[in-house]
Design a protein around this ligand. Structure first.
Ligand code: NAD
Length: 358
């Protein structure tokens, strides 16, 4: 069986779906064909792939094509019946589903991997959220005109930065840990009360805003009622002026990001404060976030970059590559592409199969 790895074509995509290290970890009988230069922007050269045992060539003829971003409308016609595709379905990816289904392509969306314990090695949402949470804090530290740690110097003592992380899921917990390592005093809030203990175990304070949401069976938050959301905005507005940095990660799967930080709350922050809005992709948690860019409003810098994992492409690709390899292992039997459709992970992540659109 051949696994093809094309060069990503989206303008802001620097990751690659498979790195040289993973080539040798694939199931026996899987040969890898990488497009020339596919790993370059993530610091993996063609020679490194060759040394790992991959061939440099045309990836589109392979039995399985592994991509980071879903194929564009110009890439979709390159697929043939029976071929498999692995990638993130995000953005306008859903628009290509009818064409992929028509072509009888077995397409597996990385966002749709069921979040069950057995699927953890394949959980690409988590691996990339880990990168995003870490990088968000570095982006904030870079923009903040203050130190993160407390410093005692001959010229006097500097107070540590105060950081608030809103949404303490995978990205938020990584942001808390990173801000703590840099020496900031960190607080966090999430509507899922179960998270409070995890927040405290990282040395941060869990804010009690008097708002408690529900958790779904999959561990996600349920959307708040409009009344609860208004109460949360009010409670946050009282607290936000005390912080130098906000990292917001709050999300509800399949829904626009909840608006938690109002314009008035931003205006009440100290001059030089920084907000990094990791929910920018789905509309942003802050009312003033501009999707894909960085703006300064009343002296407060608001970073609304999308695709933050791509800003740290080497390790983001390395983790993603291990996720992809673990999924490939479920699609291959005896060196051939034979997905086990009874497997909950295979069936759950498959978004097109033969002429059926999921
Ligand atoms: P996510 O990206 O969907 O959301 C990020 C966070 O935002 C979540 O913690 C959510 O509770 C929070 N949130 C939503 N609305 C909010 C609001 N109004 N105010 C404040 N916070 C709000 O979630 P995620 O980080 O991908 O994962 C969330 C949880 O899913 C994990 O903590 C875990 O329990 C579960 N999970 C399970 C597995 C597994 O078992 N394989 C893997 C990953 C995650």
């Amino acid at each position: 069986m051949r696994l093809g790895v094309p060069k990503e074509t989206a303008p802001d995509e620097r990751r690659v779906a498979l790195v040289p290290e993973t080539v040798g970890r694939l199931p026996e009988g899987v040969e890898v064909v990488v497009e020339a230069g596919a790993g370059e922007s993530a610091s993996f050269g063609d020679d490194a792939y060759r040394s790992a045992g991959a061939a440099i060539g045309d990836p589109w003829a392979a039995d399985v094509v592994a991509k980071v971003a879903w194929p564009s409308s110009t890439e979709v016609p390159r697929f043939r019946s029976g071929q498999a595709l692995i990638g993130f379905l995000g953005g306008s990816g859903a628009e290509t589903l009818p064409a992929l289904a028509e072509a009888a392509v077995h397409a597996f969306a990385l966002e749709s991997i069921p979040r069950i314990t057995r699927a953890q090695p394949i959980d690409a949402l988590s691996s990339q959220a880990t990168v995003a949470g870490y990088k968000a804090v570095l982006l904030a530290a870079d923009r903040l005109p203050r130190f993160f740690p407390m410093l005692t110097t001959a010229a006097g003592t500097i107070a540590p930065a105060k950081v608030l992380v809103i949404g303490a899921g995978v990205a938020g917990l990584q942001a808390i840990a990173t801000a703590r390592r840099l020496g900031a005093v960190v607080s966090a809030f999430d509507v899922r009360p179960a998270v409070a203990e995890q927040v405290r175990s990282l040395g941060a304070t869990f804010l009690d805003l008097g708002v408690e949401g529900e958790e779904t069976e999959g561990g996600y938050a349920r959307e708040l009622t409009p009344e609860q959301q208004a109460a949360q905005q009010d409670a946050l507005q009282q607290r936000i002026p005390q912080f130098d940095v906000l990292v917001t990660t709050a999300a509800i799967p399949g829904r626009p990001a909840p608006k938690l930080v109002t314009e008035a709350a931003v205006r009440a922050m100290p001059p030089g404060a920084v907000i990094v809005d990791l929910a920018a992709e789905t509309g942003g948690n802050c009312e003033l976030t501009q999707r894909g860019s960085e703006v300064v409003e009343g002296g407060v810098t608001i970073v609304g970059f999308t695709n933050v994992p791509s800003l740290m492409p080497t390790h983001a690709s390395q983790l993603l590559s291990r996720n992809v390899a673990a999924l490939v292992a479920l699609l291959v039997r005896d060196g051939e592409l034979k997905p086990d459709w009874d497997d909950e992970i295979v069936a759950g992540s498959c978004v097109t199969r033969e002429a059926v659109v999921a």
